[in-house]
Design a protein around this ligand. Structure first.
Ligand code: GLU
Length: 321
């Protein structure tokens, strides 16, 4: 499809989703409630380095749980898969993202996309990177987004002041021997990385970097390790959309991650990164318009991983198979 055809189809999806006003803006982190509930943006970034967007695609919001996917990817690269998997599982939990629950068989957090697992991953990042962890990870996020990103101090402080449940989870992780003492700096790292400001265009470019097996198609820079990307996409596919991940896999069929700030990033392997932003969330914590937009885009362009019109990996074609 031509760039113009893509643009037109994306505009039609935007118009179709705009009237949706169901759901509510997250307010359990007080600062999140200051966002304009009407804002809505969609962005598509191709692995050939084109960006198409519509609506409020430059409107900034905090990345929240979407950071978990990228943190996991960086931890896999820095510590190696075996070491990371000694601390966190890869099974869907079927529970809420902030559930205080561990896998009964392994006593590990279920996966890196729920808070228990994400805090564990932040502990591993601190172990590998020490005091420089936040700068290092922010720099990686920035390279994936192809622009310098920053942390919202207001959201970070708001979450740090009110994140009692995450603190409880952190101390539980120490008590079961999954996280190291002291847990406070790990929790602060987790809160800071949830507070990185992005827009839908950034999410699309970050997604395209994963779709392009770790190389940013806009800068040509290698940002993430190839095998870590594969593992990250696998876990995003099974666990990325809270306890809606099974339905998402069926209906949309692309690895994705959402956050309570209203963002969703999706990846079409070797083809596209998709970013959406709309802050009203459904009961599972996913952006209402974001979910609908992805359903429409997936249907319109045949993006589902198992869709017969999705030719999948360009690589497979390139090597002549
Ligand atoms: N910072 C949020 C929390 O830990 C992230 C939640 C989310 O986006 O799912 O509660």
């Amino acid at each position: 499809m031509s760039g113009e055809g893509f643009s037109r189809a994306m505009g039609a999806v935007y118009e179709q989703c705009l009237p949706l006003r169901d759901g509510t803006v997250a307010d359990y982190i007080p600062e999140l409630d200051t966002v304009d509930p009407e804002s809505f943006g969609i962005a598509l970034a191709t692995t050939s380095g084109q960006l198409l967007s519509c609506g409020d695609a430059e409107h900034e919001f905090t990345i929240q749980s979407i950071s978990k996917a990228f943190n996991f990817c960086i931890a896999l690269e820095l510590l190696g898969r075996d070491e990371v998997l000694k601390h966190v599982g890869v099974e869907p939990s079927g529970d809420a993202f902030n559930a205080i629950i561990f896998d009964p068989q392994t006593s590990l957090p279920f996966n890196p996309m729920v808070n228990a697992g994400a805090i564990t991953v932040c502990g591993l990042l601190r172990r590998a990177l020490g005091h420089n962890a936040v700068e290092h990870v922010l720099e990686r996020f920035s390279r994936a987004a192809a622009r310098p990103l920053a942390i919202s101090d207001a959201v970070y402080r708001s979450e740090s002041l009110t994140g009692h449940r995450n603190r409880a989870l952190g101390h539980m992780l120490v008590s079961v021997g999954v996280a190291d003492q002291p847990i406070e700096p790990t929790l602060e790292l987790y809160f800071q990385l949830c507070s990185v400001l992005v827009n839908a265009n950034d999410l699309a470019r970050m997604g395209a970097t994963l779709a392009n097996i770790g190389e940013n198609p806009f800068t040509g820079e290698s940002v993430f390790d190839l095998t870590a990307v594969r593992d990250t996409l696998s876990v995003m596919f099974t666990c990325g959309m809270y306890d809606y991940s099974g339905n998402w896999a069926l209906d949309v069929g692309v690895p994705a991650k959402s956050g309570v700030g209203g963002g969703v990033v999706g990846i079409v392997n070797r083809q596209l990164g998709i970013g959406t932003f709309s802050p009203r969330l459904d009961a599972k914590g996913n952006s209402v318009r974001g979910v609908r937009a992805f359903e429409c885009l997936s249907g319109e362009f045949g993006l589902h991983a198992f869709e017969f019109t999705n030719f999948g990996s360009q690589f497979v074609r390139d090597i002549g198979m």
